[in-house]
Design a protein around this ligand. Structure first.
Ligand SMILES: Nc1ncnc2c1ncn2[C@@H]1O[C@H](COP(=O)(O)OP(=O)(O)OP(=O)(O)O)[C@@H](O)[C@H]1O
Length: 295
């Protein structure tokens, strides 16, 4: 059953309090959203197309300033930071797995992974390379360190993007539809990596997704509708998420259209079947190491 309770924000890795974002004179893209994500939690942000998921992510990650309300990362109120401070915070304390923040094609895989550390002022050298290689090893790609991204598959690129997002041990990792373009088994591998980052390294991950199968990897799914937070599910499973989205779809034609768009995208990449991903998840859990099953 869905609830709308807001998690206590005391020791949160990420806390949004009454966040509103309007563009021009239209209806708000985000409308008074309050949400607290404790450290070590994997949260899915879901909702129909246009419900405000990406806007929430951009505001939460300091890529965009809210029109009203407060965003805190590990207790730091982002509104207190000037542009340079915000840039530093994004660089040092946040990891991004965004389609729009692609790997740099002129750099090899290892260099792509070390990039956030170099930008943060670390000196290049063996120590940095070792760190990048450890990160690549964790995503099953240590042997591709010298390749350029164009020689990798879509799934491998997303795994490099995850290694890059984790390399500076960020307080929060924001992932925007990281599995949207992947087949179910490859998608499961990418989600397993995010899950492991939470379980084994205590990272906090906020994942925007349309996909109930992806949401089932998380600890909590929150649902947006017309910019408002309308519900949440603890330990979501695929059926529960579908039901929650179905309930919302019944709420009106706008929602139904949005959900339809999401479902079609899922069908197009075979995710709709779902069974493949669930099976893959079992296999991954059993194998214990991503590289062993999906390379
Ligand atoms: N830069 C912008 N300028 C004007 N309107 C915007 C801008 N960004 C988002 N919006 C509007 O805000 C609303 C929420 O958009 P948003 O991209 O956050 O939704 P979403 O849930 O991520 O959608 P989708 O699932 O389709 O990616 C939409 O009505 C959108 O048109």
């Amino acid at each position: 059953m869905m609830t709308t309770a807001v998690t206590e924000s005391g020791a949160a890795a990420l806390a949004l309090d009454g966040v509103t974002r309007t563009y021009g004179g239209g209806a708000p893209a985000l409308d008074g959203v309050s949400l607290a994500v404790p450290r070590g939690r994997f949260v899915a942000v879901m909702g129909p197309s246009g419900s405000g998921k990406s806007t929430l992510l951009r505001c939460a990650a300091g890529l965009e300033r809210p029109t009203a309300g407060t965003v805190r990362i590990g207790g730091t109120d982002l509104a207190t930071l000037k542009a340079s401070g915000l840039t530093r915070l994004r660089r040092d304390r946040i990891g991004f797995v965004f389609q729009s923040l692609n790997l740099v094609s002129a750099l090899n895989v290892r260099e792509n992974v070390t990039l956030p550390l170099l930008l943060a002022g670390a000196r290049g050298g063996r120590e940095l390379d070792a760190r990048a290689l450890a990160g690549l090893d964790a995503v099953g790609l240590a042997d591709r360190a010298d390749d350029t991204p164009e020689h990798l598959s879509g799934g491998q690129r997303q795994r490099v993007a995850i290694a890059r997002a984790l390399v500076n041990e960020p307080e929060v990792v924001f992932a925007d539809e990281p599995t949207a373009a992947l087949d179910p088994v490859t998608a499961a591998g990418v989600l397993a990596l995010l899950r492991r980052a939470v379980d084994e390294r205590g990272r906090t991950v906020v994942l925007v997704t349309h996909d109930p199968v992806a949401a089932a990897w998380t600890d909590e799914a929150v649902f947006l509708e017309r910019g408002r937070l309308v519900g949440r599910l603890d330990h979501p499973d695929e059926a529960g998420v579908r039901e929650a989205l179905g309930v919302r779809a019944g709420a009106g034609p706008r929602e139904a259209r949005g959900l339809r768009a999401g479902a079609d995208a899922g069908e197009a990449r075979g995710v709709r079947a779902g069974a493949g991903v669930r099976d893959a998840r079992g296999a991954l859990a059993g194998a214990g190491r991503f590289g062993a099953v999906a390379r």
